[in-house]
Design a protein around this ligand. Structure first.
Ligand code: GDP
Ligand code: ZN
Length: 305
C-alpha cells in the first residue's frame, strides 16, 4: 500500500501526494460513505495505484486523524497563521476577532501575522502588538516584500502543518510564493487536470514546504480560501466574553455580578478600556459582536453548525 496526504479535493476527486512527491488523482470508494467519513485536505491516506503512468488511484483507507477542523474543513493541523496587513488594507478587526474566536473554539493555536511592515509606522505596529499580545497570541510583524521577519515565521512553521488564512490583498499569495517557490510545479500539473472550468479558489490546498523539511522533518502549509463565511457556532451574548481573556482580570471590579460590560454602570472592563489597560479595538469589537449576537435568532448558532 502507498501512503500519502490529501493536498486537494474537488468534486469527488482527491489529489494525493505520496512520499516521493508524486501526485495521484484518486477517488474514494464507497466504504467512506458508508461510515459517513469524508476525506479531508490534510488527511493521511492509503492508496491503491491503478495507473502509474496516468497517476490514478483509489483511496483505500484514512489513517487515524490527530484532529479535524470544521472551518475550514481540514485534518491533522497543528496551528493556524492568520495574515493581515498593518495598512493597505487596514485590518478588519471584526474579521480578525471572529477568526480568533473560531480557532479558539476548535482548540487550535493561532499566530497572528501582520504584513507590510515596510509601509507601516511604529505607532501602527505598537497599537496592534499591544492589543493582541495582551490576549495571549503570538504576534509577528513581517514584510514579505522586504523579506523581513520571515525567518522567525519559518521557525514557527518548521515540522508542523499550518493553515494559512487571510482576507484578500494582505499578501497571502506573496507569502506562499516565498514559502513554496515550487508551488506552481506542485499544483501546475494538478490544476491542469482539475481545472475543467471549475472554480477552484474556494478549496483549501496543502503544500509541502521543502525548504523547511530536512532530516526527517516535514513541514506543510495549507492555503485556505477567503473569509466569505466566518459564521461562529455556539456563541451567545453570555459566553462571548470568554473569548476576550484580557477582560477577566478586570471583571472583579464590575459592580454587578454577570456584568456584560455593555450598558452597566461602574464596570471594571469599561474602566480598563478608558485607562488603556484593555485595547480599545478589542473592546469596540466585543460590542459589535455582542450586538450582532443579541439580534440573532436564538437558534442561529446551532443551525449553522
Ligand atoms: P493576497 O490577495 O493576500 O494574495 O495578496 P497579494 O500577495 O496578491 O498582495 C497584494 C498586494 O500587496 C500586491 O500588490 C503585493 O505586491 C503587495 N504586498 C505583498 N506583501 C507586501 C509587503 O510586505 N509590503 C508591501 N508594501 N506590499 C506588499
Ligand atoms: Zn463589567
Amino acid at each position: 500500500m502507498n501512503k500519502g496526504r490529501i493536498v486537494k479535493g474537488i468534486a469527488g476527486f482527491y489529489y494525493i501526494e505520496t512520499e516521493n512527491t508524486n501526485i495521484y488523482e484518486c477517488k474514494a470508494k464507497g466504504i467512506f460513505r458508508k461510515d459517513n467519513i469524508k476525506p479531508l485536505v490534510g488527511d493521511v491516506v492509503g492508496i491503491d495505484i491503478i495507473d502509474e503512468e496516468k497517476k490514478l488511484g483509489n483511496i483505500t483507507e484514512i489513517l487515524p486523524r490527530k484532529n479535524l477542523l470544521i472551518r475550514p474543513p481540514v485534518a491533522n493541523v497543528d496551528q493556524a497563521v492568520i495574515l493581515f496587513a498593518i495598512v493597505k488594507p487596514n485590518p478588519n478587526y471584526n474579521l480578525l476577532d471572529r477568526f480568533l474566536i473560531m480557532m479558539r473554539q476548535q482548540n487550535l493555536p493561532v499566530i497572528i501575522c501582520f504584513n507590510k511592515q515596510d509601509i507601516a509606522s511604529e505607532e501602527e505596529q505598537k497599537e496592534l502588538y499591544d492589543a493582541y499580545e495582551k490576549c495571549g497570541y503570538k504576534v509577528l510583524f513581517i514584510s514579505v516584500k522586504e523579506e523581513k521577519g520571515l525567518d522567525e515565521l519559518k521557525e514557527l512553521l518548521k515540522g508542523k502543518t499550518t493553515t494559512l488564512a487571510g482576507p484578500s490583498g494582505v499578501g497571502k499569495s506573496s507569502l506562499l510564493n516565498k514559502l513554496v517557490p515550487d508551488a506552481q510545479m506542485q499544483i501546475g500539473e494538478l490544476s491542469r487536470k482539475i481545472e475543467r472550468g471549475k472554480n477552484t479558489t474556494r478549496h483549501s490546498e496543502l503544500f509541502y514546504v521543502k525548504e523547511l523539511s530536512k532530516g526527517g522533518v516535514h513541514t506543510f502549509v495549507i492555503d485556505t480560501p477567503g473569509f466569505t463565511s466566518l459564521g461562529m457556532f455556539d456563541l451567545t451574548t453570555d459566553n462571548l466574553m470568554n473569548y476576550y481573556p484580557e477582560f477577566e482580570a478586570f471583571e472583579p471590579e464590575c459592580r454587578f455580578g454577570g456584568c456584560s460590560h455593555i450598558a452597566e454602570p461602574d464596570c471594571g472592563v469599561k474602566r480598563a478600556v478608558e485607562e488603556g489597560k484593555i485595547a480599545k479595538v478589542r473592546y469596540d469589537n466585543y460590542k459589535v459582536l455582542y450586538e450582532e449576537l443579541k439580534n440573532m435568532k436564538p437558534d442561529y448558532g446551532k443551525k449553522t453548525r
